[in-house]
Design a binder for this molecule. Structure first.
Ligand SMILES: Cc1ncc(C[n+]2csc(CCOP(=O)(O)OP(=O)(O)O)c2C)c(N)n1
Length: 419
């Protein structure tokens, strides 16, 4: 809003004098937005000028690529639960940010806990399960309540039959019938709907399943021990990341195992990409989460493939002094792709080997703290040091060999019905 040299301007006067950019920024502030993640250009120069004039009311965090701006905004939204804003130029700027936008769209995704719902129920509760045990339970259930989830695995892999009644709660009326018509579809805000259901069910009691579930959890855990190399690193991470610290997952071996095995204690502390599984979302999204939640440590994990998608945002982390800790698990390959080529395509390896920078020197060249850890014990010590730093980013490189496949716990055969 321009200042009048004379008396206080009337509302009509102000409306005439305000530019579209100033009105936009004013509206953002009025809606409680305090940060714009952005990359400027000639198309939105007036917007940036309006942001400048807005002074302390709204901060601008500029990134080094448009996907970075969008992922930072997504990370901030996921970590705080509040709407966030990013701004880029039209055309290539918008298209560059499209993968992040697609992920944001795909994430409106969770419970069971399907991985994006992890933390809704504390992992220490025996009733809190991940995919493999979820599938077993699906096979036995007579009623399933899906809250804000597509129930993708249930419908498309585990199967349905006449004996199973599905009740779905979703904010979007188009969602419940995406795969099959549920027995009941409740449309609206899950909070009040669940409150009604709890009140209605208060009179009904059933025997506790805690003991049974503890036994089944232990049995499943013995099967999952096959993923021992991943578990070693995840144990080191869980030991150092505080209960309210935020873990940002990636499409990588440690990430796949984390979705099944990392204990998660609180909502919004396990951020995982939407069902599109965008490789490369991790570092920039984690940066946004750490920018928005300075009060807790945020940990980004990535493979060497995914990390280099957005590692240019190390410059952003330095510029804005964002104290994000990141681990790169370096196996010199698109490891996931390579293992599938080895196991399912007669070891015909193509386009899956990678040439990498020296990650420690790479991060240091931005001015970041960096070190290498080779074992879970060394990783623990490095994380302890990293989480103490609050004035800028840290990178830890962990060189790793190929890891055991998690796929038997993710793509599992049907347990009921016929398609
Ligand atoms: C945007 C995008 N491109 C490609 C893929 C396909 N993809 C899934 S995992 C993967 C390899 C990941 O390699 P890396 O990050 O090094 O992790 P690793 O599997 O080696 O642990 C690829 C290319 C994807 N999921 N998303």
């Amino acid at each position: 809003m321009r200042k009048s040299k004379h008396s206080t301007p009337s509302t009509a006067d102000m409306a005439v004098r305000m530019t579209t950019a100033e009105a936009t920024v004013g509206a953002l502030i009025a809606h409680g937005i305090d940060t714009v993640y952005a990359l400027p250009g000639v198309h939105n120069d007036p917007l940036f000028d309006a942001l400048f004039k807005a002074g302390n009311h709204i901060r601008t965090v500029h990134t080094r690529h448009e996907q970075g701006a969008a992922y930072l905004a997504l990370g901030a939204a996921l970590a705080t639960g509040k709407p966030q804003v990013y701004s880029v130029v039209p055309g290539p700027g918008l298209l560059n940010s499209a993968a992040a936008l697609l992920t944001a769209y795909g994430m409106n995704a969770p419970v069971l806990a399907y991985r994006r719902g992890r933390g809704v129920l504390d992992s220490r509760d025996p009733l809190s399960v991940t995919l493999p045990l979820g599938r077993e339970l699906w096979g036995e259930a007579d009623v399933v309540l899906g809250v804000g989830t597509r129930l993708f695995y249930g419908y498309t892999q585990w199967g349905t039959d006449q004996e199973l009644a599905v009740i779905r709660i979703d904010a979007d009326p188009e969602e419940p019938e995406r795969f099959a018509r549920p027995a009941v579809a409740l449309i609206g805000d899950a909070g009040p709907i669940l409150r009604h259901l709890i009140d209605a069910l208060r009179a009904h009691h059933r025997p506790s399943r805690h003991a049974e579930m503890e036994e089944r959890q232990a049995k499943m855990r013995r099967r999952l021990d096959k993923l021992a190399p991943q578990i070693g690193f995840l144990d080191a991470i869980r030991a150092e990341l505080p209960e309210d610290g935020i873990f940002v997952d990636e499409v990588t071996q440690i990430g796949f195992a984390a979705r099944l095995l990392l204990p998660v204690y609180k909502p919004r502390t396990f951020l995982s990409p939407g069902y599109q599984d965008n490789l490369g979302w991790g570092y920039a999204t984690a940066l946004g989460a750490q920018h928005a939640r300075r009060d807790v440590p945020v940990l980004s994990i990535a493979g060497d493939g995914g990390f280099l998608f957005t590692s240019n945002e190390l410059a952003t982390a330095m510029h804005h002094r964002i104290p994000l800790t990141a681990i790169v698990f370096n196996d010199g390959a698109f490891g996931n792709v390579r293992r599938i080529q080895e196991e399912q395509f007669g070891n015909r390896l193509i386009a899956s080997d990678l040439a990498n920078p020296d990650f420690v020197r790479y991060a240091q060249s931005f001015g970041a703290e960096a070190e290498r850890a080779r074992t879970p014990q060394q990783l623990r010590a490095a994380l302890k040091r990293a989480f103490k730093r609050r004035d800028g980013p840290t990178l830890i490189e962990v060189p790793v060999p190929a890891m055991p496949s998690p796929w038997e716990f993710i793509f599992m055969p049907r347990v009921r019905g016929v398609r």
